[in-house]
Design a protein around this ligand. Structure first.
Ligand code: PHE
Length: 343
């Protein structure tokens, strides 16, 4: 005849026994089999429970609780052993798949767009000469873009420029020269600014895009001469192309400078001996320049008796094309990663 303390001790022993049984088991199937051996209908715990009925009624709750406890212990053991096994399998998988000795795959980092690189380099070169960066709006008034630069409404230069009009008085700026105007109106000489930025013209072919980038320069001070203009541009070209290239200033007309000149540099492809890029001439045009017209000084509130100044405007796409042998301006704007990655 069993008694309660003996049964409880036996139940606890079963718990320990189960632990010893499953510890060495290494697959789910045998763990489940062991679980059935203890908790199944004909399992060891069930066998013990049969004796429950033979106990005095007062002892049954105590022993019942011990039964539940051992069942719970066994369930918990099964659960934690299965989790352990799954972890071990996952670790093995990892060890098989990850060879930590392999060289790391390169992380594809981005970089600055070619035009941004070129713009920053150009600004840096002028900054070393004492120029600071100035900015102006891309959507600009007709007055700042044309009138204040001595380009009246009926001036043929307005056709040349092929302007996008937002309204009668508002345009997309066709050049960065309105930044000259804004600077002179807001700060007294001495002035030394460069203004890189987007400009817009109704143009579209392999060397022209409806949106492109210029860098404007303006220096106003007592005694500024044409020689200063030439020296500045020559220094810039040599630094930017990192070669001993010459420049020439070819007389030309812009309403806001007098005298005005087109800026040519020796072809960086053939070093001036003549090739396809320079169409055999040895020279390529990179921008416009000149001495600020006294009329513009008048319109912008600068004393033309006291000050003189030079100005220039260059196309950054053109210069990047010459330096990096880019043969279609569209490449800059298409966002094709195969192009962008080369720089
Ligand atoms: N703004 C002129 C252009 O876009 C270039 C230029 C700038 C000419 C400054 C002279 C002086 O064509």
């Amino acid at each position: 005849m069993s008694n309660a303390p003996e049964m409880i001790a036996n139940l606890e022993k079963l718990g320990d026994e189960f632990l010893a049984v499953i510890r060495p088991l290494a697959d789910e199937q045998s763990i489940r089999a062991a679980q059935a051996q203890f908790l199944g209908k004909k399992g060891k715990v069930s066998e013990l429970m049969k004796e429950l009925g033979r106990l005095p009624a007062g002892d049954r709750p105590l022993v019942g609780a011990a039964v539940n406890k051992v069942k719970q212990t066994i369930e918990d053991q099964v659960q934690s052993r299965l989790v352990e096994l799954a972890d071990a399998v996952a670790r093995q998988d990892l060890a098989r798949k990850v060879d930590v000795t392999l060289p790391a795959r390169p992380i594809g980092g981005g970089h600055l767009h070619l035009l941004t690189q070129v713009r920053l380099e150009a600004v840096q070169i002028f900054a070393e000469l004492g120029f600071v960066v100035a900015e102006g709006p891309q959507i600009e008034t007709d007055w700042h873009t044309f009138e204040a630069l001595a380009i009246p409404k009926d001036h043929p230069a307005r056709d040349m420029q092929d302007t996008f009009y937002v309204s009668e008085e508002i345009v997309l700026r066709t050049h960065t020269s309105p930044v000259q105007v804004r600077t002179m109106l807001t700060q007294p000489p001495p002035i030394r600014i460069v203004a890189p930025g987007h400009v817009f013209r109704r143009d579209d072919d392999p060397t022209h895009s409806p949106m492109f980038t210029q860098i404007e320069g303006l220096a106003v001070d007592v005694g500024i001469s044409f020689a200063d203009l030439k020296g500045t541009l020559l220094h810039f070209v040599k630094r930017f192309f990192q070669r001993d290239l010459g420049i020439r200033l070819r007389p030309s007309y812009f309403p806001f400078v007098e005298p005005g000149a087109e800026v040519d540099m020796q072809c960086s492809f053939c070093m001036g001996s003549g090739c396809r890029v320079c169409k055999g001439t040895g020279w390529v045009e990179i921008g416009g320049s000149g001495m600020v017209d006294p009329e513009v000084f008048g319109l912008c509130g600068v004393d033309a008796e006291k000050y003189t100044g030079f100005a220039f405007g260059m196309g950054l796409e053109r210069m990047a094309m010459l330096r990096h042998a880019v043969n279609d301006i569209k490449f800059y704007y298409e966002g094709d990663i195969r192009f962008l990655e080369q720089f």
